[in-house]
Design a protein around this ligand. Structure first.
Ligand code: AHM
Ligand code: MG
Length: 331
């Protein structure tokens, strides 16, 4: 076998980036790695398991039906993080309130355990998104909501797992972005995409054009601009929208593009959640030389006021984000 770097080795190698954490931080990443393997295996089998596909019968805080695999993934990530004992609380898309864990833990995690889950029943890519912060309150005391309501600029690490044609884990600790592809034969993530950078400009735009008439004039004008023939290339931009943030973002990161979920008349703050969808993706976009904006400000500079807060989201190649934001910033 050729020389490969596994995610486990990489985490240990990079441990020195976090002086004073004495390996605790690495244990969080190891927990995420473990849970994502378990979830990946379950997702691959989803078509065979009629009892785990489909709705679980409960609704999450946004009133959306939870899919059974959402609940399963949520349980797996909570279980793995609880086992490592260094996390004092988790905020999850699937739980109305934050989940207190070990009071001695120094870190909090915000996560969307299975994003885009309406795609599972039709065998389309889904993902897990995570974000790690140092707690603000004293360790040894119960975790507080304010420990989670930190700006994205305070993230220590963030990443996503894409369960696609292969499973990949992509993460940053603020020193660039690295991607690891899962080899199910040997059960390890292997460094396949070191130091990922997105191109400064791109050709792909990704948004739900069904929302055209529910969007502002600026967004409508942006869509018209994207559809115009560019004299330089003799073609318009290419529209690509999977409806799975992780998959759309990941494709655009690699190929160059922009993902947009704007404010609409029915969702005045957009659909995506700041803490466990937008901030982690924004951290990765910026670390890959891209940008992430709400249309009014840098995503990571928004001061959160609630756990499940939503913000409009524009992320991807720098020039494309600047262009799109130019259409909406004065609205
Ligand atoms: P979810 O967290 O309930 O799965 O919703 C988030 C998903 C994103 O993955 C995706 O980009 C977006 O919702 C699609 O929304 P829409 O169907 O409104 O275009
Ligand atoms: Mg989600």
């Amino acid at each position: 076998m050729d020389q490969v770097t596994t995610l486990g080795e990489f985490i240990i190698e990079k441990q020195q980036d976090f002086p004073g954490s004495s390996g605790e931080f690495s244990r969080i990443l190891s927990a995420i790695r473990l849970a994502s393997k378990v979830v990946s295996q379950q997702i691959n089998k989803a078509g065979l398991l009629t009892d785990i596909l489909g709705a679980a019968g409960s609704e999450n805080i946004q009133g959306e039906q939870q899919q059974k695999l959402d609940v399963y993934a949520n349980d797996q990530f909570i279980k793995a993080l609880r086992g490592r004992k260094v996390v004092c609380g988790i905020a999850s898309e699937e739980n109305d309130e934050f989940i207190p864990l070990n009071e001695e833990g120094k870190y909090v995690v915000a996560m969307d355990p299975l994003d885009g889950s309406s795609n599972i029943d039709v065998n389309v890519s889904v993902g897990t998104i995570f974000s790690i912060y140092r707690r603000l309150s004293e360790s040894g005391t119960p975790v507080k909501e304010s420990d989670f309501l930190q700006k994205g600029t305070e993230q220590l690490a963030a990443g996503y797992v894409i369960y696609g044609s292969s499973t990949m884990l992509v993460y940053t600790t603020g020193n660039g972005v690295n991607g690891f592809t899962y080899d199910p034969g040997i059960g390890v993530f292997v460094l396949s995409h070191p130091n990922m950078k997105t191109s400064e400009d791109g050709k792909i735009y990704s948004l739900n054009e069904g929302n055209f008439y529910k969007s502002s004039e600026g967004i409508q004008n942006y869509v018209k601009y994207a559809q115009e023939i560019d004299p330089a290339t003799n073609r318009p931009l290419t529209g690509r929208y999977i409806g799975s943030l992780v998959a759309d973002f990941h494709r655009n990161l690699i190929k160059g593009g922009i993902y947009i979920y704007p404010a609409t008349t029915t969702s005045p703050n957009g659909k995506l959640r700041l803490l466990y969808e937008c901030n982690p993706m924004a951290f990765i976009a910026e670390q890959a030389d891209g940008l992430a904006s709400t249309g009014k400000q840098r995503v990571m500079e928004v001061t959160p006021t609630e756990l499940h807060q939503r913000v409009p989201f524009f992320a991807g190649s720098k020039l494309m984000v600047e262009k799109a934001v130019g259409f909406v910033e004065t609205e």
